[in-house]
Design a protein around this ligand. Sequence first.
Ligand SMILES: Nc1nc2c([nH]c(=O)n2[C@@H]2O[C@H](COP(=O)(O)OP(=O)(O)OP(=O)(O)O)[C@@H](O)[C@H]2O)c(=O)[nH]1
Length: 149
Amino acid sequence: MTDAANPSAPRKHTEVAVGVLIGQDGALLLSTRPEGKPYAGYWEFPGGKIEAGETVEVALRRELQEELGITIDGAEVWRVTEHDYPHALVRLHWCKVFSWSGEFEMREGQTMCWQQLPLTVTPVLPGAMPVLQWLAEERGIVGPVLAGG
Ligand SMILES: Nc1nc2c([nH]c(=O)n2[C@@H]2O[C@H](COP(=O)(O)OP(=O)(O)OP(=O)(O)O)[C@@H](O)[C@H]2O)c(=O)[nH]1
């Protein structure tokens, strides 16, 4: 989408905070995108848009409370990526999260699961693919990050 008043203007980024929750066995938490959102039903890492005045950590804590009912202890940005979707140009601020409190509760009707690499769930949001690749590299996993992919 371009700016109607100025079609040559660069698209503005939508800033997004994303959490890579890592369990004690190294499993990764994936969840499905709720109905009504672009790419509904695709698997993603939990997170959402950063609101005005929020830091990445504050936004991520709010999003994970709203979506999953948990409270994260802390989050530091690990990687920043960009992805150009038809619906938005997003800048994704990825945080690894190792510690949280509360019970998981799917507050937006989504589904969650813990996954090792390669992932067995599909389809996965295209914007998450570089991060899966980095996680696989860190773990010395060669080959596709999606089983059968
Ligand atoms: N949460 C999340 N978003 C991702 C991932 N990968 C990726 O490209 N995105 C993109 O980042 C954006 C996140 O926005 P969202 O729609 O989930 O955010 P939100 O919950 O604040 O939505 P809303 O306020 O519109 O209801 C979407 O454009 C989504 O496609 C990912 O792994 N997790």
